[in-house]
Design a protein around this ligand. Structure first.
Ligand SMILES: CC(C)(COP(=O)(O)OP(=O)(O)OC[C@H]1O[C@@H](n2cnc3c(N)ncnc32)[C@H](O)[C@@H]1OP(=O)(O)O)[C@@H](O)C(=O)NCCC(=O)NCCS
Length: 216
């Protein structure tokens, strides 16, 4: 697991639940460049070992160990994947046993599907897509690589979401719409029209403005 902060430890919960459910995997530890002392303590309390920084893992890590990114920011995930894949590591996907994945749906390498998520039929989730708890994704939707969907958001049927876009908590995207890449949909927004790339979207009905680097 890469990432010791809140979302990293939530992703550890997903892996632990998979292990408890009989999945053939073992969690070997957590990698983080600068874990806070409070997060070190939280990891220690749950018995999860800290393996060091990403650079240390790249330098000496066992290439047969798969990795999962517990990092919420899509662009940070993108940079980590470049580093880890270039070094010969392989991403693995993780889905909590309580998540429902419909027929003909596919989950890309490195994707994380948290507890209580419902993915309908014929949905495509790209590489390193993150679906936080209680997200729903409707039929025939396509979420491109590095999309993050925060808790409780609703992605309706036949929606397409471009790479690196973040959908805020409890936001709703109405059916059939296209949301382009590297956009941020604010918490609670209701998207009623196609959205361009690189914007911040808020409100009901949603309106947008240009996005600056780092906003989410
Ligand atoms: C929309 C968002 C990206 C804006 O980020 P930002 O540009 O840094 O925004 P700021 O905090 O500087 O706020 C700018 C203005 O937008 C308003 N605003 C912020 N988020 C908003 C939202 N989701 N809906 C409506 N208005 C919002 C603020 O109240 C503020 O208004 P003001 O200028 O009248 O005071 C961010 O607030 C957001 O909703 N991100 C998603 C977060 C999320 O899902 N969190 C859950 C994590 S599990």
């Amino acid at each position: 697991m890469v990432g010791a902060s809140g979302f990293g430890r939530e992703c550890l919960d997903v892996l632990d639940a998979m292990v408890a459910d009989g999945a053939p995997l073992e969690v070997v530890g957590v990698v983080d460049d600068a874990p806070s002392s409070v997060n070190r303590d939280r990891l220690a309390m749950r018995g999860a070992g800290l393996l060091g920084s990403v650079a240390q893992f790249v330098a000496a890590g066992d290439r047969s160990v798969g990795y999962v990114l517990g990092v919420g920011h899509p662009q940070v995930r993108f940079r980590l994947v470049e580093q880890l894949d270039d070094a010969g590591f392989t991403a693995v996907s993780a889905a909590h046993p309580s998540a429902i994945i419909g027929s003909s749906s596919s989950i890309g390498p490195g994707a994380v599907v948290c507890a209580g998520v419902v993915v309908s039929t014929n949905v495509t989730l790209g590489r390193h897509v993150h679906l936080n708890p209680h997200v729903t994704v409707g039929h025939d939707a396509m979420l491109a690589d590095f999309v993050s969907v925060n808790p409780g958001a609703v992605v309706s049927g036949e929606v397409t979401v471009g790479a690196g876009t973040l959908i805020g908590a409890s936001a709703t995207i109405l059916q059939g719409l296209l949301v382009r890449e590297d956009t941020v949909i604010g918490a609670g927004a209701v998207v009623t029209k196609n959205v361009p790339g690189g914007v911040i979207v808020t409100g009901v009905p949603a309106r947008w403005r240009p996005r600056t680097e780092g906003q989410q």
